[in-house]
Design a protein around this ligand. Structure first.
Ligand code: ASP
Length: 284
């Protein structure tokens, strides 16, 4: 049996210097004997850390609201929440969707109401950091150009031209324990974004994919990740060449659009991004 591995990321664009902290969080999985427990535990630690854009510290939508996405996956099973509001740990709610409902994905009010039924209390995840990012975003977006939709469609271009603050820093984890795979992801989204915008994180095959061959989770600009069915695309190549080569090639295909990915297969684990990305690893 190959070694057990828990691998975490702190988001495309997160400071590499956070890697030490992520390794500490990964180490906290040392007593956990189940891959799903390990990814959920580590993502919860990251959600509770206000430096990351997930759970506490999630970025705001242009209207000032916070809507969060999260997903967990094991081979053949998925739980996902889209646009959930005012809960502390969206990843835990995603797990409940998988374990306690006949559904795979709950969105919006339905997700929040379900969370309350499951005992998740009302919780305001905003922080001074998320407030500041939002204020700057609004400042830029309400600039000279009146044509908001067009500017919005092209926000990547504008962010380079006008320095619209971008925020990614989504968190994610993959694990192989006793040869079994699991993945988990959680995010406040990629700012700037409209209320109701859905990124890659809650969509299976896009920001997360886990099957019998391995687990893959992504971070970066969700729209671009969805377009490429990024995680499923990588998953389908597992075993054909080294995992590291697969990740490198698929990330390079983004031509510099911010993206990162972590993955485990039966005998490998790897991470790759075209920007800074904090990672943490526990293995035994
Ligand atoms: N992928 C996330 C999203 O687009 C953001 C991120 O990874 O940081 O919602």
């Amino acid at each position: 049996m190959n070694e057990d591995v828990v691998l975490l990321h702190g988001g495309a664009g997160s400071k590499d210097s956070f890697s030490e902290r992520l390794s500490k969080y990964a180490m906290e999985c040392s007593n956990i004997k189940d891959s799903l427990e390990a990814v959920i535990h580590s993502v919860r630690l990251l959600e509770d850390d206000p430096e990351f854009n997930a759970g506490t510290g999630s970025v705001k939508r242009i209207d000032g609201s916070i809507q969060m996405d999260a997903a967990v996956m094991i081979p053949g099973k998925l739980g996902s929440v889209i646009g959930i509001e005012r809960v502390k740990n969206p990843v835990e709610v995603a797990r409940m969707v998988m374990e306690k409902t006949p559904h795979l994905i709950l969105e919006g009010d339905g997700a929040t109401t379900f969370a309350r039924k499951m005992g998740f209390h009302d919780y305001d995840p905003s922080t001074e950091r998320s407030e500041n990012i939002w204020k700057k975003t609004v400042e830029y977006l309400s600039g000279k150009n009146e044509e908001m939709p067009k500017r919005y469609e092209n926000y990547l271009k504008f962010s380079d031209m006008f320095d619209i603050p971008k925020s990614t820093d989504t968190v994610g984890a993959v694990a192989r324990i006793d040869g079994k795979f699991a993945g988990a992801v959680s995010t406040g989204g990629a700012s700037p974004m409209m209320r109701g915008r859905v990124g890659d994180v809650p969509l299976p095959g896009c920001g997360i994919y886990v099957g019998e061959k391995g687990a893959v989770v992504a971070t970066g600009i969700g729209e671009e990740i969805i377009r490429r069915m990024f995680c499923h695309n990588i998953y389908m190549q597992i075993g054909k060449e080294s995992l590291r080569n697969i990740l490198e090639r698929e990330v390079e295909a983004f031509n510099g659009i911010e993206v990162g990915v972590i993955a485990v297969s039966g005998d490998e684990h790897a991470s790759f991004s075209n920007t800074s990305m904090a990672t943490g690893l526990f293995s035994r």
